[in-house]
Design a protein. Sequence first.
Length: 371
Amino acid sequence: MIEIVSLTNKEKTKFIKFAWKIYKDDPHWVPPLLMDMKKKFEPGFSFFEYGELQLFMAKKDGEFVGRIAAIKNDLYNKTHNSNTGFFGFFECINDQEVANKLFDTAKEWLLNKGLDIMHGPASPSSNHDYGLLVEGFDDSPRLMMTYNPRYYIDLVKNYGFKKTIGLLAYKLNKEDVNKNEKLQRIAKMAKERAKMTIRPINMKDIKNEVQHIKNIWNEAWELNDGFMPMTDKEIDELAADIKPIAEPSLILFGEIDGQVMGVGVAVLDYNHIFKQMDGKLFPFNFIKVFTKKKEIKWMRVIVLGILPKYQRKGLDAAFYHQLIQNGFDLNLEYAEASWILENNEMMNRGMKVVNGEIYKRYHAYEIPISS
């Protein structure tokens, strides 16, 4: 018999630590930092300005066998004029009956909130951990990207979920980018024609700099599937998370006539180090962030946006070239650009220009829940 237990946010540690059971024998899993995960369930977390969630865990034969969060996101529904609910933080043993019970429980909670679609996984929104990995299981996730067992695909599909959004991760290597004369030529011509300059972030003026990122995010991605506007609190949290590990040469702003019109943000793949920490940063693991930094061979491009009126002018190529080259100048060997929507023709075309290779895919799913 399967029992569903409703948890309070104060019981979040039990909820979070269940993941260790699922991934204990998986060499590619990167344990999340417990202090960061716990923040996502604290009342002061930015998501709770516009959303709410309920944590559930499944028990079978007296043992915890799965978890899920049912999520209501008023900002998403206001933005898209929809009535969508979400599931997230899903982890489960390879048992369809357990998965069905968890999905049923989340669906019932969402239905009682007056919602008529269940979408996910979003943990807790598309501005955070989003999508189910469906290709690329032979590699660890890059920083702030999702990972899951392959059998989750069947658990989700067998319940009746249908794919609605496809997300791509591209791999770029140093050799292919460096020998790409076409990219260098396009980037140079586009910059000169538009009279665009590219500069690194001013870490002494971080407050205003992150506002530029937020403004461009909210305008450049507005029409994309799954788009969520970024609030002031969310951008502050992102800045706080990135600041300790930021490389100024990997956070670039494009300016035309003195006005910021584009931004590119990349981070070193600290998952290479976090993988060794078992979720604990203190008391001694934080030292590894500094002592093992030179071992990192990957960077991840997490934001690359240009205001709509400057798009389709080749300026994205200029950003790609400068950002990726700066990473390779730090002795990195590879870059991941993620995630990019399958139907974002402009971004996918840009990835071809830089010889990017699709090496991971993620899907988001939906199912009607109306009674």
